[in-house]
Ligand binder design. Structure first.
Ligand SMILES: NC(=O)c1ccc[n+]([C@@H]2O[C@H](COP(=O)([O-])OP(=O)(O)OC[C@H]3O[C@@H](n4cnc5c(N)ncnc54)[C@H](OP(=O)(O)O)[C@@H]3O)[C@@H](O)[C@H]2O)c1
Length: 256
């Protein structure tokens, strides 16, 4: 790492995003984190971290696909540090409900706005700040459920909006890799994480398939645990090794 590494993590109010902020601050004395949240004033988990690590983070407003708001955020980061080194595009919407025959247009639109447009707007807005970094990384958090080989596509519970939009996110990220030869960019699969997203999906799946699928895991890892693993991969990633690939939580390559 360079003498100071500047991170931006979106969707860090809770779940995996909060785990990322906590792990970055714990692992790197020299890191500064911009922790994106929709409602910074209500971000109690982030406020506790800010108290524990004074001067090492800023809780910033970051609503997916809010072009004006993210542009203001970029100006704020520019003023604070003049660049950003690692952007973790973690904010996501994941309601695993609605087969293709049933999914509502509203659900498709909501998922597309957050998972795809949100990530692209983030990249566009942070582009010039990433270009000023000596080691720029843009890392969207995807899911193995977006991989055609994963088996999730064959399961009876529907996930049309989530699956379709994470596939699109993977496409956009691989395209970002090919369009920008100065950047390290690749989508990552965190695997199952014990967060609100997963818990809500398990409890609303009346078929029990989801619960069965997860029963092979002795414990479901917390956001902190998964963030620690993902961060090791992200911090050591290079364009030659991981760039443009679909990378699993343990750093191995996944088939698309
Ligand atoms: N949990 C899993 O098992 C799992 C598996 C595979 C992939 N993932 C991916 O991992 C990432 C994090 O998921 P998670 O499990 O931590 O989910 P989560 O517990 O539902 O948290 C989602 C985060 O995203 C934020 N968010 C949602 N909509 C947003 C919007 N419109 N603008 C800005 N922020 C928004 C939420 O903000 P608020 O707190 O304000 O609502 C929250 O901080 C997602 O991209 C998800 O698809 C998770």
């Amino acid at each position: 790492m360079s003498p100071s590494t500047i991170y931006l993590v979106t969707g860090s109010n809770r779940g995996l995003g909060l785990g990322f902020v906590s792990q970055i601050l714990a692992a790197h004395d020299n890191a500064f984190v911009y922790a994106g949240a929709r409602e910074p004033e209500k971000a109690t988990g982030l406020k506790s971290l800010a108290a524990k690590y004074p001067g090492r983070m800023a809780i910033v407003k970051c609503v997916s696909a809010d072009v004006e708001g993210i542009s203001d955020l970029a100006k704020y980061i520019e003023k604070g540090h003049g660049r950003v080194d690692t952007v973790i595009a973690n904010a996501g919407l994941g309601i695993m409900k609605g087969s293709v025959s049933e999914v509502s247009v509203a659900a498709l639109e909501d998922h597309f706005r957050v998972n795809v447009i949100g990530t692209i707007v983030l990249f566009q807005s942070l582009y010039s700040l990433l270009k000023k970094s000596h080691a720029p990384r843009f890392i969207p958090i995807s899911t193995a459920a977006a991989a055609f080989h994963s088996g999730v596509i064959e399961l009876p519970f529907g996930s049309a909006a989530y699956g379709t939009t994470k596939v699109a996110l993977n496409w956009a990220t691989r395209k970002i890799h090919f369009e920008n030869d100065w950047l390290v960019s690749f989508p990552m699969n965190p695997g199952p994480v014990d967060t609100d997203m997963l818990r809500n999906n398990v409890s609303s799946d009346t078929s029990g398939t989801f619960e069965n699928m997860l029963s092979v895991y002795p414990i479901l890892p917390s956001g902190e645990m998964v963030a620690e693993s993902l961060l090791k991969v992200i911090d050591n990633s290079t364009r030659a090794k991981e760039g443009g690939e679909f990378i699993d939580v343990d750093g191995t390559k996944l088939a698309w």
